[in-house]
Design a protein around this ligand. Structure first.
Ligand code: FEO
Length: 169
């Protein structure tokens, strides 16, 4: 495997685990705010991010490439309102999309078609994650200021259940 592609794929393991950490922090914020449905939604999001990390990990191992695990950074954002959290979520997903695109670009440059095919799932996934993050912001804008509506939205998010990723390696 090309050294740059390898390095970026390895770094992505760490980025995805950081994403899981970040969403656990979001979940913790909402738990403390008494919004257990939002807390549930982000806890499941954290689980999905761990799955993403493991897919990169497994892909490198399947390709007989070394894996180097690095320290996971501490989530250090301080939120002053619910909307701050949701906006940080969208911003983070846009950042992850850029990372996936960078890996794809590096793989494309060296005609690493197998890595590109592996990444195709993540390209689609990032589209869904950005849509989800945007939907959360829209719903909060519409309903967040009314306690009864916020309660209903919290109930809706409480219904989210974990499903394993559709990509298996
Ligand atoms: Fe692993 Fe939320 O992207």
């Amino acid at each position: 495997m090309d050294a740059k592609v390898h390095e970026l794929l390895n770094q992505q393991i760490n980025k995805e685990f950081y994403s899981a950490y970040l969403y656990l922090d979001f979940s913790n914020y909402f738990e403390q705010a008494g919004l257990d449905g939002f807390a549930n939604w982000y806890k499941i999001q954290a689980q999905e991010e761990r799955d993403h990390a493991m897919l990169f990990y497994q892909y490198l191992q399947n390709e007989s490439q070394a894996v180097a695990l690095e320290a996971i950074a501490k989530p250090d954002k301080v939120f002053t309102c619910h909307m701050d959290v949701l906006k940080a979520g969208l911003e983070h997903e846009q950042y992850v999309t850029a990372l996936i695109n960078d890996i794809y670009g590096a793989a494309y440059d060296v005609r690493d078609f197998r890595t590109m095919q592996f990444l195709d799932w993540f390209v689609k996934e990032q589209g869904e994650e950005e849509t989800n993050a945007t939907d959360m912001i829209t719903k909060m804008e519409l309903f967040g200021s009314d306690p009864k509506s916020l309660y209903m939205l919290n109930q809706e998010l409480a219904a989210r259940v974990y499903t394993a990723p559709s990509l298996t390696l």
